[in-house]
Design a protein around this ligand. Structure first.
Ligand SMILES: Nc1ncnc2c1ncn2[C@@H]1O[C@H](COP(=O)(O)OP(=O)(O)O)[C@@H](O)[C@H]1O
Ligand SMILES: [Mg+2]
Length: 360
């Protein structure tokens, strides 16, 4: 799967641009503030309905406009597909796939799986469990059609349960909801656990190449003590939950633990090594998706050369090329990428003050 055309209107500093990307490596280069990250952000926005930079989606609309428009042609196994997204300053979003209005943003994500690696997103992965949980759930969502429903139910029941706790309900009132909660929590946990197991298989090889002398361990924690029956645990923790006003343990506390020896990865690795670890995780995830449902992800790697030496740039670009997926990388200096590749990039774009030109 690849993008064969991308139109961007009134997105950040890009008034209007058309890109005809190629399969393989697409290099986007230009000076600071030219609009490189904005192009990646536009692709991400089209796949996710939101930005990876700002949770305030209105900010991505060009300052002089009241709406942004994104449009792409996707080359899929079943033929071409056209995706369009329009976002208004009022907050309203309109999405169309092949002319049909789409209501759920998850339909977009299914159509256009995206792996993003940015300096911000990689520090995020080491800051708190939320983004690591999102990482697992990205994979679980694509790998197992049961996941989305089960997870939506977990969230619904959890909200209800927390409301009851805040109202000071007795346990017998809560127990009714707990039967449902336990069922969905176990379903979600089983899918996540299975997913991390499969991912680990692929990850070993990639980490072995990127960080050969480092003993990295990736493991899944479910959000409660795995030796305890969840229903029993909920009952035993009732008074604690009541006191805090929310459910302390459960699948909403699941995490992906990244350790080097006995230390958390962020305490044991340099920034460059952490970046490589995040790249390994994303590449493994994309490869697994290809194995599981024969679908390619699109990779967005912002500022690829930063924090990496020449040898590791080469290794990373080789791994990205080997995925067979379409890749968009940005750099200030194009030589930092071109010199690290065995063959020239499939296509090069130069960005200057929001204007995009293809380099022939
Ligand atoms: N809503 C907006 N309208 C117009 N310009 C914007 C908006 N948001 C950001 N910008 C500007 O867009 C420019 C491009 O940013 P960015 O894509 O991050 O550049 P690069 O990644 O090439 O360094 C920046 O100068 C920024 O100030
Ligand atoms: Mg940038």
């Amino acid at each position: 799967m690849s993008l064969t055309r991308l139109n961007i209107e009134a997105f950040r500093n890009i008034q209007s641009a058309q890109l005809i990307p190629a399969p393989g490596i697409n290099l986007i280069y230009g000076q600071n503030g030219s609009g490189k990250t904005s192009i990646l952000e536009a692709i991400y926005f089209l796949g996710m309905g939101r930005s990876f930079r700002s949770h305030l989606s209105q900010r991505v609309i060009n300052n002089d406009d009241d709406k942004l428009t994104l449009f792409a042609t996707l080359n899929l196994a079943r033929g071409d597909s056209k995706i369009g997204l329009r976002r208004f300053r009022s907050g309203e979003t309109e999405v169309r796939i092949d002319g049909e209005k789409v209501k759920r943003l998850s339909t977009l994500a299914e159509t256009l799986p995206i792996q993003v690696i940015t300096p911000e997103s990689f520090s995020l992965l080491f800051e708190g469990p939320k983004s690591r949980r999102q990482f697992i759930d990205w994979g679980a969502f694509h790998a197992d059609p049961q996941f989305y429903g089960a997870w939506t139910n977990v969230r619904r029941v959890l909200k209800q349960r927390n409301q009851l706790l805040r109202n000071g309900s007795s346990y017998s009132n809560i127990q009714f909801w707990d039967q449902e909660f336990v069922r969905y929590a176990e379903q979600v946990t089983e899918i996540r656990n299975h997913y991390v197991d499969s991912l680990n298989e692929l990850l070993k090889g990639i980490i072995g190449e990127f960080l050969p002398s480092v003993d990295v361990k990736v493991s899944f924690t479910r959000g409660w003590d795995s030796k305890t029956d969840f229903a029993e645990l909920l009952e035993n923790q009732y008074s604690r939950d009541l006191a805090t006003g929310h459910t302390v343990s459960g699948p909403h506390k699941a995490d992906l633990r990244l350790r080097v020896g006995t230390l958390p990865a962020q305490d044991a690795l340099s920034r460059g090594q952490l970046k490589l670890l995040v790249c390994a995780l994303r590449i493994a995830q994309g490869k697994l998706l290809k194995q599981q449902i024969d679908k390619h992800s699109i990779y967005l790697v912002d500022d690829l050369p930063s924090e990496l030496d020449a040898q590791h740039r080469q290794l990373l670009l080789k791994q990205l090329t080997d995925t067979g997926a379409q890749v968009f990388v940005t750099a200030i200096d194009p030589a930092a990428i071109v010199d690290s590749l065995h063959t020239p990039p499939s296509r090069m774009f130069h960005v200057e003050q929001g204007r995009v030109t293809v380099i022939e």
